[in-house]
Ligand binder design. Structure first.
Ligand code: SAM
Ligand code: SF4
Length: 325
């Protein structure tokens, strides 16, 4: 489906829960108010919304959260999505804490790839950022995923990592077929005030550390990352630079929150409430028809670009755990 600026929209991120087993300080305050479960869509409701989106051309779904692995029934949702006409890829983004124990069932359900969020490999710094321990478990999960041959990327938010932390993250791509991507902090929720580096700053540090860094023009997925290779490294290094490399012209996505609100841009509240339609008393066919119309209308009104460079213009008040990143 096309939006009013001619962009093809074929990717939907679906946040299946606002809950999480970590408390990354830029994402989710410790004492956050959680949404009552009754307001969160069931797996069947997510699948129904995805079916309507797929009828309009959404072919890639990324499951996110909160932490998607803490929600029961994730395998069922993956199965439902994988059997939906038009949906080609179902992928997941996770903090990796529960990944090892769930990996087999997720792969059996048909999961196509996984992103693991990891900002540092230093246990103490990990605890400072996430509020919990867990680095060794996340690294064990990464190795297990590689062993099983599931495509995997590491996402590291560009908090103020020191040189040695950056080196340790890059090192994960040395002997593993893993893309390590640095993501610029976005001024959403606590991200507004969190000490962070810009991706150009990270890039300068990397160039100093690795003079062999070379631009890689090959396609690595569906997203806006730019990639670089390093001689002797199996994986690549990527940059997702929402602020310093504004990629809105090529934006291909919408976001469905755990409460069934279809968001058309991270920056603004614009969108449409699909839960109201999903929970109406209408017959199933009419629900599908109305979902399709509502999604189409929301996409037609998708904003041209985000406004992160002027944080005061951001109208989105939700925290990132509720939006799904
Ligand atoms: N819990 C899962 C995880 O951490 O991958 C999925 C949800 S999390 C909200 C998705 C991604 O958003 C993570 O990579 C996280 O680091 C990122 N994120 C959270 N807040 C952010 C912010 N303010 N700016 C940029 N990325 C952010
Ligand atoms: Fe949880 Fe992911 Fe947010 Fe961290 S970034 S608090 S792991 S939802």
């Amino acid at each position: 489906m096309k939006d009013s600026f001619g962009r093809t929209i074929d990717y939907m991120r679906v946040s299946i829960t606002d809950r999480c087993n970590l408390r990354c300080r830029y994402c989710m305050p410790e004492d956050i108010d959680l949404v009552p479960m009754s307001q969160i869509l069931s797996m069947e409701e997510f699948a129904q919304a995805a079916k309507a989106a797929a009828a309009l051309g959404i072919c890639h779904i990324k499951l996110t959260g909160g932490e998607p692995l803490i929600r029961k029934g994730l395998d069922l949702l993956i199965r439902l999505l994988k059997s939906t006409p038009g949906i080609e890829k179902v992928t997941l983004t996770t903090n990796g804490i529960l990944l090892r124990e769930k990996l087999e069932s997720l792969m059996e359900a048909g999961l196509d790839a996984v992103n693991i969020s990891l900002d540092t490999t230093d246990p103490e710094k990990y605890r400072q950022i996430t509020g919990r321990d867990g680095v060794s478990e996340v690294l064990a999960a990464l190795d297990q995923v590689c062993k099983k041959g599931l495509p995997v990327k590491i996402n590291a938010v560009s908090v103020r990592q020191e040189k040695r932390d950056i080196q340790a993250l890059v090192n994960l791509a040395k002997d593993r077929p893993v893309d390590v991507r640095f993501i610029e902090m976005m001024p959403i929720g606590n991200g507004k005030d969190f000490p962070a580096m810009s991706n150009p700053e990270i890039f300068e540090i990397l160039k100093g550390l690795y003079p062999g860094l070379k631009e890689d023009k090959s396609q690595h997925g569906f997203g806006p990352a730019s990639y670089y290779t390093l001689p002797g490294y199996e994986g690549s290094i990527g940059f997702i630079s929402a602020i310093h490399g504004k990629f809105c012209k090529g934006c291909n996505r919408v976001r469905l929150t755990s409460q069934g609100y279809l968001k058309t841009c991270l920056c603004y509240e614009n969108g449409t409430d699909l839960r109201r339609i999903l929970r109406s008393d209408l017959p199933e066919e009419e629900i599908q028809r109305q979902l399709i119309l509502a999604i189409q209308d929301a996409v037609e009104h998708k904003p041209r670009e985000h406004c992160f460079e002027s944080a005061e213009a951001v109208t989105e008040a939700a925290t990132m755990n509720a939006i799904g990143g």
